[in-house]
Design a protein around this ligand. Structure first.
Ligand SMILES: CC(C)(COP(=O)(O)OP(=O)(O)OC[C@H]1O[C@@H](n2cnc3c(N)ncnc32)[C@H](O)[C@@H]1OP(=O)(O)O)[C@@H](O)C(=O)NCCC(=O)NCCS
Length: 223
């Protein structure tokens, strides 16, 4: 197994966090983590990047091989892999990290509002400017992206992504592994199936009982 190049193997990393993934979501999440003053961000892991180089101002510590030794030393993990219509890489990573016993904290930007009455699952991420209002519930490994709004009593399942500026109104629910695109609006008290993808800018005016991709105003299924 490859040890990260910049860390001593005896070092306790319980106050540290490592980011997995080196793409656009990692960039946004890193900005959230830097402002939190909760963990030291020791670097990121991405097999597609050259180890010991710099990405978004943090060192690339290696690929997958470097993960387990960090977890064993108590390092928390932030999943920096994003998702749109394909949830599987992010979900597979979450599963693998759970099996490893990794600490996968929910991460909430200092510039977000999460009601004290809202519930967040493990590895949920609430980015800058997002609002999760009273009695809302966010499933494990779900992203509430920058400036998204999850209104009162809305329920977002596990492994979802509510993209930038999207709105899920009060008492609506979104099933697991779903994606709500940028600026889309889900009207209140609707039930959306699992594995739904709602296109950017769509307005969902009725419940969506079947998986599929929906676009437009009002949102209709793509054939
Ligand atoms: C809905 C979406 C997932 C569909 O992607 P796709 O399956 O690759 O579909 P295509 O791009 O092949 O488009 C299929 C058809 O739907 C239309 N369409 C795609 N997205 C649309 C949207 N958001 N609104 C209206 N129509 C849309 C296309 O024009 C095309 O129409 P046509 O067949 O008449 O030419 C994607 O277009 C989308 O909106 N993604 C959201 C991006 C986003 O919000 N990212 C967030 C990053 S934080």
């Amino acid at each position: 197994m490859t040890e990260p190049t910049t860390l001593s193997s005896a070092e306790d990393l319980s106050e540290s966090i490592v980011l997995v993934g080196g793409g656009g979501h990692a960039c946004a999440l890193l900005d959230v983590l830097r402002r939190l003053d909760r963990w030291e961000v020791i670097g990121l892991l991405d097999p597609a990047l050259e180890p010991a180089t710099d990405r978004y101002g943090v060192p690339v510590l290696g690929g997958d091989d470097a993960l387990r030794p960090l977890v064993e030393r108590g390092c928390s993990v932030a999943i920096g892999v994003g998702q749109t219509t394909t949830t599987s890489p992010r979900h597979a990573l979450f599963q693998r990290l759970r099996e490893m016993g990794a600490s996968l904290p929910a991460i909430v930007s200092t510039r977000a509002y999460v009601s004290p009455r809202a519930r967040l699952g493990p590895a949920a991420q609430v980015l800058h400017g997002a609002i999760v209002n009273a009695d809302a519930s966010i499933g494990a490994n779900t992203i509430i992206n920058s400036r998204a709004l999850v209104e009162h009593e809305a329920v977002i399942g596990a492994d979802c992504h509510i993209a930038t500026g999207a709105i899920v109104n009060g008492r609506s629910s979104v099933g697991p592994r779903s994606f709500i695109g940028s600026g889309a609006v889900v009207l209140h008290s609707l039930q959306l199936s699992s594995d739904v993808a709602v296109g950017a800018g769509a307005v969902v005016t009725a419940s969506l009982p079947a998986p599929g991709t929906y676009v437009g105003v009002p949102a209709k299924a793509l054939p």
